[in-house]
Design a protein around this ligand. Structure first.
Ligand SMILES: Nc1ncnc2c1ncn2[C@@H]1O[C@H](COP(=O)(O)OP(=O)(O)OP(=O)(O)O)[C@@H](O)[C@H]1O
Ligand SMILES: [Mg+2]
Length: 303
């Protein structure tokens, strides 16, 4: 396998604790992300998911370790990495197309007016906002605002798309159709994505790899779960696949029990935070592997 596009290496975040000393939110977090991969991060509230995303975005500094992109350490925000926040963060005085054009012009200052307009329109159409180009955010529903945020992020064609629970504030119907849309766009454009979610079904639908984070303080990556559902999965039918329940139960079991007992689980076992075990629930043969330095799976049984 090729060198990862992004390499999270020995990442740690600590804050001063009340009454002196430090609290370690997470430490020794290692994760390679390959180009075109859709990675979801799952873990309980407070384990440090948003902090990791902010470090990837260049909006926060780690207390230890680094994130390497294309062989260089991240030192600040870049248009190479677009973020979709939970709150859509649109400029309220600008129209839909104005918000998107603002980002596109920052990315491509040399583009003429018509080229920018056509480019924005393409992404407005993709997220099904055709006809709402000239509305201001106040005139849009929550789901529509979130679509503008997604269109804006996609329109700058970033090397990496970072999403922090992008669908969590939406009603179920809007969420379902947007998830499906984002999956289609990301697959078609081979977009590299790092997304945080609390929703197991969302992770199963969207992600190629689901990264499981233990509870904090001192959170770690426990496992990397490879999605064993077919690539062409759809929300309405994926539950019919033979691997669906094995995968779902594995994720649920982690969140309910293993995320808090992980330290006891690995005691005396050869757990290496640099190469968290890779599991494929439901896949035959059922194997447990670790990642080699280049991010490819490597057989090494842990009982
Ligand atoms: N400025 C700060 N000072 C001290 N602790 C902080 C500070 N900012 C964040 N934290 C702590 O860091 C931890 C991780 O926060 P983070 O927002 O990354 O969690 P999260 O996994 O994204 O949670 P959620 O699922 O609720 O969004 C939390 O326990 C939080 O209390
Ligand atoms: Mg968060």
């Amino acid at each position: 396998m090729t060198k990862p596009l992004i390499s999270i290496e020995a990442l740690a975040r600590r804050y001063p604790a009340r009454g002196g000393g430090e609290t370690t939110i997470f430490e020794n977090v290692w994760l390679p992300i390959q180009k075109g991969e859709f990675v979801c991060l799952i873990g309980h509230s407070g384990c440090g998911k948003t902090t990791i995303l902010n470090v990837l975005a260049g909006l926060d500094q780690p207390s230890g370790g680094a994130v390497i992109v294309d062989g260089r350490e991240i030192s600040g925000p870049s248009l190479d990495r677009a973020v979709i926040f939970q709150g859509h963060s649109l400029l309220p005085w600008m129209t839909v197309i104005g918000n998107i054009a603002f980002a596109v012009t920052s990315r491509h200052p040399e583009w003429g007016r018509e080229k920018v307009r056509a480019h924005c329109q393409k992404y407005i159409d993709v997220v099904h906002l055709t006809g709402s180009e000239h509305k201001k955010p106040a005139e849009l529903s929550g789901g529509m605002k979130q679509r503008v945020g997604i269109a804006r992020a996609l329109a700058i064609e970033p090397k990496m798309l970072l999403m922090d629970e992008p669908f969590s504030a939406l009603d179920a119907l809007t969420r379902g159709s947007l998830q499906d849309e984002v999956r289609r766009i990301c697959t078609e454009t081979e977009q590299t994505v790092f997304m945080i979610t609390h929703d197991i079904d969302e992770a199963m639908l969207l992600a190629d790899k689901i990264v499981l984070m233990t509870n904090g303080p001192g959170a770690k990556i426990a496992e990397i779960v490879e999605n064993t559902l077919p690539k062409d999965r759809r929300p309405a039918t994926m539950h019919k696949h033979a691997n669906y329940y094995a995968l779902r139960n594995h994720l649920l079991d982690f969140l309910v029990t293993r995320s808090k007992n992980f330290a006891a689980e690995i005691e005396g076992k050869p757990y290496d935070p640099r190469k968290p075990p890779v599991v494929r629930p439901g896949a035959k043969p059922v194997g447990v592997e670790t990642l080699a330095d280049d991010g490819s799976p490597r057989s090494a049984a842990i009982a």
